[in-house]
Write a protein that binds this ligand. Structure first.
Ligand SMILES: Nc1nc2c(c(=O)[nH]1)N[C@H]1C(S)=C(S)[C@@H](COP(=O)(O)O)O[C@H]1N2
Ligand SMILES: [Mo]
Length: 556
């Protein structure tokens, strides 16, 4: 006789119709043709059981996770691990396709993957419990591994994922047991008898009741977990009430006329809320300024640790600096200009006294991102700083609160470390930064770039005088000329807006006498050294895009 499937456990969850082994109805019907079809339907229910169990895993971990490191919840840890293993072309594709919605896209992708996996595991568990359970435990092991291998995460932070996985396994078992009890196995009459199926309608109702209640409880637990961790951290409130000290050296006055007169060109100062955000952080690190410390070590005479109070007490400087992302495509908008307040990194390095032979500073964030910056760039007079203020406010959480690096002239991936906690003085020969390990360059001076912002690509404009305008940058070299070319006509100089400094972007405008028909607008800049922006097209990987932007418009 075949071994009957396990049918212990009357699950009292939900309370509706708990049928223990002793409560079986005696009025069992013979399996009808309708009943014979039920395994297919039950397979679908098994998938539902899998999804409910997955929601339990994630929500229980989220709820308990409120008492552990924020980055230790399964979704964040899995997503971050996925990001760390993302090949450069995929990162590029994601940014090109989704822009700064790349994280949302990742969450959607993960959601779909988890959903499918949960369905499969539910079905497998229904057919062969041991295999399904092994699958769940394997997923749990993967989650726990991805949690404990994150930066600044302690082994104890595995607890939310462990408890979540166990809770999910228990729920899966309860739901699958219900399915076993209501299923009819048409293999043999004896088998059917051994199963003693329940009446289909009521047992299916019970299954849905239990699933529904559990799923709802999951949503409540997950939301509660979110709110609890936000309330517990208090970082947002601390940031909002932080008073920034005034700088010892205020920013150089911005001359009148830095803004391009062309309507629609980006504001010269990028408001914090519109500042592009690029990072690998799925959940924004929440660091208490009081707990923040920066360790400066490695090839130094004197290891130094500075606190946030040390920064507040230091001789701060203020400077307008334009940040640019290496992933910015030609004509793209991954650049922003802000007034930063911070302590010069050269002052910090003076305390630590780098040793002979060091040529790089590896800066690391609390979440494990790192950047390699040439030592000399941090020691010269270009205002590289440990920034605590952005446009007169404490750094927004997404932009590195409480402290980030800002280094004029270098792409962010080799300089602009947010949530920075560690500076190691070392050599390019000895250490590689986060993106360098992923086949991006080890150095990243910003390439000269001119961008058309008005009119937009594929715009329709009226014939006559058309205002063209945009922004150009070549940080540390400055912009000396911007030229515009219509179709294959001559290159003509645009009118440059005032220049604030060589480390900020420079805007421009151009009046075009447009004739009806389709046209191309091309733009190129010349930097302060007299070098014309190259027309050679390059992808962002490995050290930044190049080429002239060309905008197609229709004149009517
Ligand atoms: N901790 C951390 N800092 C980081 C990154 C990151 O992924 N993690 N990305 C860098 C990159 S690639 C860029 S372009 C800038 C972007 O800074 P923003 O988001 O404030 O504009 O941050 C840099 N600092
Ligand atoms: Mo970047």
């Amino acid at each position: 006789m075949p071994i009957p499937r396990p049918e212990r456990s009357a699950c009292p969850v939900g309370g509706s119709n708990p049928r223990g082994p002793g409560l079986r109805t005696l009025d069992m019907k013979k399996p009808s043709t309708k009943n014979a079809k039920r395994p297919a339907a039950t397979t679908a229910l098994a998938a539902v059981a899998g999804v409910v169990a997955a929601s339990v895993v994630l929500s229980v971990a989220e709820l308990i996770g409120a008492f552990f490191t924020a980055r230790a919840t399964p979704v964040i840890a899995l997503g971050s691990t996925f990001i760390d293993f993302t090949p450069p072309w995929m990162k590029d594709f994601a940014i090109a396709t989704f822009g700064t919605n790349d994280k949302l896209a990742l969450f959607v992708g993960m959601g779909v993957t988890i959903l499918l996996l949960a369905c499969v595991l539910g079905i497998v568990a229904y057919r062969k419990w041991a295999l399904g359970a092994a699958g769940v435990l394997l997923m749990g092991a993967i989650i726990v591994t991805s949690v404990v291998t994150r930066a600044s995460v302690k082994p104890i932070d595995a607890i939310p994922s462990l408890v979540g996985t166990l809770a999910g396994l228990i729920v899966l078992r309860l739901l699958i047991s219900r399915l076993w009890r209501m299923a009819v196995w048409p293999d043999s009459a004896a088998d059917v008898a051994a199963k003693e199926p329940e009446r289909p309608a009521s047992s299916r109702r019970a299954f849905f009741a239990v699933s529904g209640v559990t799923a709802l409880a999951s949503v409540v637990a997950a939301t509660g977990g979110r709110m609890l961790s936000a309330a517990r951290s208090g970082v947002t409130q601390a940031r909002d009430t932080l008073k920034l000290p005034s700088p010892a050296k205020t920013a150089a006055a911005v001359p009148a006329g830095v803004q391009s007169p062309t309507p629609g060109v980006a504001p010269w100062i990028t408001p914090n809320k519109d500042f592009y955000r690029i990072d690998t952080a799925l959940s924004v690190p929440e660091i208490n300024a009081q707990d923040w410390e920066l360790r400066i070590h490695g090839m130094v005479e004197q290891e130094v640790t500075i606190t946030f109070q040390d920064l507040l007490d230091a001789q701060l400087i203020e400077s307008h600096v334009t940040l640019t992302c290496v992933s910015n495509p030609v004509g793209g908008n991954l650049a922003g200009n802000a007034k930063w307040l911070g302590m010069p990194i050269r002052d910090v390095l003076k305390m630590a006294r780098p040793k002979e032979g060091a040529d790089m500073v590896l800066s690391t964030s609390i979440d494990g991102f790192s950047a390699s910056t040439p030592l000399e760039v941090l020691q010269d007079d270009r205002d590289a700083m440990l920034a605590i203020g952005m446009n007169g406010e404490p750094l927004p959480l997404e932009h590195g609160y409480p402290v980030r690096m800002v280094v004029p002239g270098l792409y962010g991936f080799v300089s602009a470390t947010k949530w920075v906690v560690d500076l190691e003085v070392t050599r390019f020969e000895d250490k590689q930064a986060y993106w360098t390990q992923r086949s991006w360059s080890e150095r990243g001076p910003i390439k000269t770039m001119a961008r058309v912002e008005v009119p937009k690509s594929f715009a329709k404009v009226a014939a006559g005088t058309v205002a063209i305008g945009g922004t150009a940058w070549a940080q540390t070299r400055g912009i000396d000329k911007v030229e515009v070319q219509i179709d294959n006509g001559p290159w003509t100089e645009a009118v440059l807006a005032a220049e604030a400094s060589v480390i900020t972007w420079r805007q421009w405008s151009y009046e075009w006498d447009a004739t009806p028909g389709p046209h191309y607008i091309k733009v190129r800049a010349t930097d302060g050294t007299g070098e014309v922006q190259t027309d050679k097209r390059a992808d962002p990987v490995p050290d930044g895009a190049s080429g002239w932007q060309s905008v197609a418009v229709t004149v009517e």
